[in-house]
Design a protein around this ligand. Structure first.
Ligand code: ZN
Length: 310
């Protein structure tokens, strides 16, 4: 099997400030380095200030001394206890940094995403706009470092709910880190390849996104009665409330403060969905809808809200 030319990039994704030296690049075919540089994924950085001596067997690290020669040329040297002054070829001092933006741009373009790419958290969280996937317009986001110690803070900047699709670089985070369905979380390296250009497997993305089961509230197999419509509206309203309470509770937890759960009355729910209180009361008592019952229990319990995920 051919090795993935992007392998070096994926492997760097969990390094907070990836810098490659000549030895790191040595195993990568030169044409791949050239192409990645042309694509802007690899960027030449300032030359290395230290290098391992390769004139003896001691593997000592030495400070590089640049010497300007007449004519403007600079040559580089190190001191070796055994060999004295040793010249280091410039190629050994080259360093590269990684810019993930071209990968994200390629992804957004392949998905025909609308809107600008915004870097929400520098080098960690990007909003790629919206794209039509599985027949719906969905917010597309990308992130890096979900397994890092500060992943909890990063997760706060990421969207929640059933709609957003989240691509990640590097290792996946803990199961309960993100409030989106598992199927909506896609590892970048599983859908992107370099084949001259950056190629995105849009079909694989579409397939995975289609696996996100439709939420029960959007099932419309039977003819809807007004009560069904009220039940549906109530469920959507409760779902939204629970999500925002969940995020408020999480902020309070993070700040180590107690959270005072506001009581939700039938009147408030009626106002929120534009229905009359008696209709809401009937929908709640007569529909026998198990999901509605659970949502009503959830909205009144901090513990259930914390565990709520859909
Ligand atoms: Zn030496």
């Amino acid at each position: 099997m051919l090795s993935d030319p992007l392998d070096i990039i994926w492997r760097s994704a969990d390094n907070s400030n990836p810098v490659f030296v000549a030895e790191d690049i040595a195993g990568v075919p030169p044409q791949v380095v050239t192409r990645l540089t042309e694509l802007g994924v690899l960027r030449l950085a300032s030359t290395a200030t230290h290098v391992i001596c390769d004139a003896c067997d001691e593997h000592h690290v030495e400070c590089v001394i640049p010497i300007k020669y007449p004519g403007g040329q600079t040559r580089f040297f190190i001191r070796c206890p055994e060999n004295g002054r040793v010249e280091v070829p410039r190629e050994r001092l080259l360093q590269w940094t990684v810019d993930y933006t071209p990968l994200l741009t390629a992804l957004a373009t392949a998905l025909s995403a609308q809107g600008q790419i915004t870097e929400v958290v520098p080098r960690r969280v990007w909003n790629l706009g919206r794209a039509s996937l599985a027949g719906k317009s969905k917010p597309i986001w990308a992130t890096r470092g979900l397994a890092w110690p500060d992943a909890g803070q990063i997760a706060v900047s990421l969207p929640q709910g059933r709609s957003p699709i989240l691509f990640f670089l590097g290792q996946a985070g803990d199961d309960d880190l993100l409030d989106v369905p598992r199927e909506s979380i896609i590892e970048m390296r599983t859908v992107m390849q370099m084949n001259g250009d950056l190629v995105i497997d849009c079909e694989a993305i579409e397939r995975q996104v289609s696996d996100v089961a439709a939420p029960p509230v959007t099932k419309k197999t039977k003819k809807q009665t007004p009560r069904d419509a009220t039940v549906g509206a109530l469920k959507r309203e409760l779902h939204e409330r629970i999500l925002s309470l969940k995020s408020a509770i999480r902020s309070a937890d993070d700040a180590d403060k107690p959270f005072d759960l506001p009581r939700v009355t039938q009147k408030q729910l009626a106002d929120a969905i534009g229905a009359k209180p008696p209709a809401v009361s009937r929908a709640i008592t007569k529909s026998g809808d198990l999901e509605l019952k659970i949502l009503l229990q959830t909205v009144e319990s901090i513990d259930m809200i914390r565990k709520y995920s859909r």
